[in-house]
Design a protein around this ligand. Structure first.
Ligand code: GRG
Length: 290
């Protein structure tokens, strides 16, 4: 357990330093834009997606350095989505990562550009990575654009904005959670597996792990949104529209979180002892408080 906590700390520090390398240069005119991007990018995210990416890489003996651009790209996409999600015409959130939301500091105009710039930078850093073979890069970027676009996070956000509410059905809520949140977990697992030349059966196992864990992650997020203060959660709470906890209550939410986490862990049994870190990740995500 102690070893794993040290592993997480070390992996997070590595991601932070690599992100710093990707974001520290540019034309002087753009200082204000870079400041806005870096404000949210370096404000204490847990770096769960990059860490998950490294853990999947380890299943196939892919060193962390080879996954550096991909891991950072995943964090960039995630952070871009947080900045956009917080905007007044979306969730209108006031707090993110324990600080005022990006648009409250830099304005809606700059925050919108920061989100799009960060999203675009994600694809750039993967495409510019000479350590990845060209066909691998194409496959990875294909996964990433599918994940972000209409059939992924953008679609999930649209359905959340337009169709969520107290009368929504289970299918609508499923659609939102899978597309808004689980899809980036799935892309994380599958892109790392692509770099590791995983077999079809291994891809399926990772897909199922990521989908179930991503779903459980969002339901727990909903529960925290309902039950925590914004200081505890480090972000605005009580604003979620498509919320499992709001629709079905705390008890059912906890049951669903446990069931999906169990399913996730079961899916990766095929990796034998190598699944230890995936199991650990499942357990700490289940226990998180922010
Ligand atoms: C990709 C720019 C872009 C847009 C896509 C806005 C949007 C469309 C989608 C919103 C997706 C979203 C914000 C989903 C919520 C996912 C979630 C539970 C986030 C919290 O993740 P943590 O806990 O946060 O990992 P930290 O701050 O630790 O990184």
């Amino acid at each position: 357990m102690e070893d794993m906590m040290a592993y997480l700390k070390d992996a997070k520090a590595y991601v932070d330093s690599q992100l710093g390398n990707y974001m520290n240069s540019g034309k002087p005119y753009l200082d204000g834009l870079r400041e806005s991007i870096n404000y949210t990018l370096f404000s204490g995210g847990k770096r769960i997606r990059p860490i998950f990416c490294f853990i999947v890489g380890e299943l196939f003996d892919v060193p962390r350095e080879k996954l550096s651009s991909l891991a950072c790209a995943l964090e960039m996409i995630h952070t871009a989505s947080l900045i956009m999600d917080d905007l007044p015409h979306m969730d209108s959130a006031r707090m993110r990562r324990s600080k005022p939301a990006n648009h409250l500091v830099y304005g809606q105009d700059v925050a919108s550009l920061a989100s799009v710039a960060l999203l675009t930078r994600a694809y750039e850093v993967v495409m510019a990575d000479d350590g990845l073979e060209a066909p691998t890069k194409v496959e990875v970027v294909r996964h990433l654009v599918d994940t972000v676009g209409m059939n992924g996070m953008v679609g999930g956000q649209f359905v959340d904005l337009k169709f969520s509410g107290p009368d929504m059905g289970h299918d609508t809520l499923d659609y939102i959670h899978i597309h808004k949140t689980a899809s980036l977990f799935i892309a994380t697992g599958l892109t790392a597996a692509v770099v590791g030349n995983a077999s079809e059966a291994q891809m399926q196992a990772i897909d199922s792990y990521a989908k179930n864990l991503g779903f459980a992650f969002q339901v727990l997020d909903d529960l925290m949104d309902l039950q925590s203060s914004s200081e505890e959660a480090g972000k605005s709470t009580q604003i979620d529209r498509g919320s499992f906890a709001r629709l079905y209550g705390a008890e059912k939410s906890r049951q669903v979180i446990q069931e999906h986490t169990d399913k996730a862990l079961e899916s990766v049994n095929i990796f034998g002892e190598k699944s230890t870190k995936l199991n650990f990740l499942g357990h700490i995500l289940l226990k998180r408080r922010s």
